[in-house]
Design a protein around this ligand. Structure first.
Ligand code: ADP
Ligand code: 5SP
Length: 505
């Protein structure tokens, strides 16, 4: 049987998925890995753990299929976006990777915005925020000059892993666009932007198309994983670009709500629509773009709650082979809408849309003697959904068509959360059958190796919807009342966030 393979490195873990040419899942495996938060607002990962997760998940997939990787046509690696892996002259990782949700470069952003804001936006189509590689590099330059001097190569997460698989040195235009080192108009690295942080352009990888075959599986990797040596590997793209595609979003005007580490409300567009409150990316569907409004901590906030409030329950569920998130959902579902006045703001790692404030902090507001764990769980689900609703308000500047919305990401496994989002948005949302970045990556690999004529054919043959969530408009009305209070608290918190940042510096 002919097969395609996608391996995705989300911020929370690695998912590997093997599909056939009709989009049926033949094998899948998942492995979580940690982020390190050494200081409030900091977020790093150890690239060695990605390679380990690749070997484990790929091997697990092989053992799930009677004929192993027989019939495999191609592989795609995707990952959370534009995290810079810095390599020295011997190809060794210089320091752990500063992730896209790391907030330490707030000061560097302020400087870059003041000094070069207009020029940066004109070239890169993005405003400097701590998400991007450019200000993060400036932070390393100022704070770890000895590390900065050692940089001979810079790769992004998916490129680092794919390079280990094939030996190539390249990236694709989606990741390049997220670096803020890229000239989005000319579609090449920008000397001007690189000069701003004293980075020689030569350390950056060659830029290829997402679906281009850029190498083949090395024999050494074949021995470690069972992947066929010589298997074609495409350049790949960001997890979001692959995941939005996997949800069937291929047309102008389609909206995707993503409940992953990041929360996204994205819009597919025919052209780039740069704006200072959104992010602008070329899409995995060639020729299209997507506009992103984003909240930094979405499903990761639920994982944080799992690890900090539910460790005993998790241990027990793990022993019994149950999913602790189901138990958290059950507790949350037993609590009434609005949690009797308990509100949550999910700004656990600063916030992007609409505040763009690296100092923003999360909170539970309105705690009273009546509140139990289930209230906190529900308040978290509602608070994240409010934060996404905040994003939607920004996106409404770009479209008034709210009829074609899909919901994806690990958090969408929770029917309760999807319903809360639908109620808060007051909109119908559809859930695809297999939306995962690894599934989307496998489809893109199929396009790259010629198994499908193009992205539209792949989508038409393989992507199916599973369920629709309909909003309860009575609930929507109550939520809108609560949203006003949610906003009031966030709007008045700016000076407190600043003081807390100074206090904990
Ligand atoms: N059953 C569930 N209910 C709610 N949230 C879940 C469930 N299963 C997983 N999640 C959330 O999904 C997240 C992982 O989603 P994923 O899309 O893989 O994220 P990422 O790509 O950022 O790693 C976890 O952090 C977890 O909080
Ligand atoms: O696009 C960005 C950063 O600009 C992020 O949204 C990451 O790509 C997050 O991916 P997940 O791990 O949340 O899937």
């Amino acid at each position: 049987m002919k097969k395609l393979f996608g391996v995705d490195f989300g911020t929370g873990g690695c998912k590997a998925t093997v599909i056939d040419l009709e989009g049926n899942i033949l094998a899948s495996a998942f492995q979580e890995y940690p982020s390190e938060h050494k200081k409030p607002g900091w977020s790093e990962q150890d690239p060695a753990l990605w390679i380990e997760a690749f070997i484990n998940t790929v091997t697990a997939c092989r053992t799930q299929m009677n004929d192993g990787f027989g019939g495999m046509l191609g592989l795609a690696v995707t990952a959370s976006t534009h995290n810079a892996v810095l390599l020295d002259g011997n190809g060794q990782v210089i320091r752990h990777c500063i992730m896209w949700n790391d907030q330490r470069s707030g000061e560097q952003c302020r400087y870059l915005k003041e000094k070069h804001g207009e020029e940066i936006f004109k070239i890169g189509m993005q405003m400097p925020t701590p998400t991007w590689t450019l200000p993060q590099l400036q932070w390393v330059r100022e704070n770890e000059p000895e590390n900065y001097k050692k940089i001979r190569r810079l790769m992004f997460t998916k490129d680092y892993i794919r390079s280990w698989v094939t030996g190539d040195f390249c990236t694709d235009i989606v990741d390049a666009q997220g670096s803020l080192l890229f000239d989005a108009r000319k579609q090449c690295w920008s000397e001007e932007l690189c000069n701003m942080v004293g980075l020689p352009v030569e350390v950056l990888p060659e830029i290829r198309k997402t679906k281009e075959i850029v190498g083949t599986v090395r024999e050494e990797v074949s021995k470690q994983t069972g992947l066929p040596g010589g298997l074609p590997v495409i350049a790949g793209c960001s997890d979001t670009a692959a995941e939005d595609f996997s949800a069937g979003a291929v047309k102008n005007g389609q909206i995707i709500i993503k409940l992953a580490t990041a929360g996204n409300v994205n819009l597919v567009t025919d052209q780039a629509v740069p704006h200072d409150k959104t992010f602008t990316y070329p899409y995995s569907v060639e020729g299209k773009w997507y506009t992103v409004t984003a909240t930094n901590s979405c499903a990761s906030a639920y994982r944080w709650m799992r690890d900090s409030l539910y460790p005993a329950e998790k241990e027990q569920c793990d022993r019994e082979g149950r999913d602790v998130y189901l138990l958290m959902d059950e507790q949350a579902a037993s609590v009434e809408l609005g949690c009797q006045g308990l509100l949550f703001h999910p700004y656990l790692l600063g916030e992007r849309c609409p505040y763009f404030n690296p100092n923003a902090r999360g909170d539970f507001f309105g705690v009273s003697m009546i509140h139990k764990k289930g209230h906190f769980a529900r308040a978290l689900l509602e608070g994240v959904a409010f934060s996404l609703y905040d994003c939607l308000q920004v996106l409404k500047e770009f479209t008034d068509n709210m009829e074609d919305i899909v919901i994806i990401g690990g958090g969408a496994k929770s029917p309760l959360w999807c319903q809360i989002v639908s109620d808060i948005f007051g909109l119908e949302v559809k859930m695809p059958q297999n939306a995962e970045s690894s599934f989307g990556g496998a489809l893109l690999a199929g396009v790259g190796v010629g198994a499908f004529a193009d992205e539209l054919e792949a989508a038409g043959k393989c992507i199916r919807m599973k369920k629709t969530y309909y909003p309860d408009m009575e609930n929507h009305k109550k939520y809108m009342e609560l949203f006003e209070i949610y906003k009031e608290i966030a709007d008045m918190s700016g000076s407190v966030w600043k003081k807390l940042a100074e206090f904990s510096a």
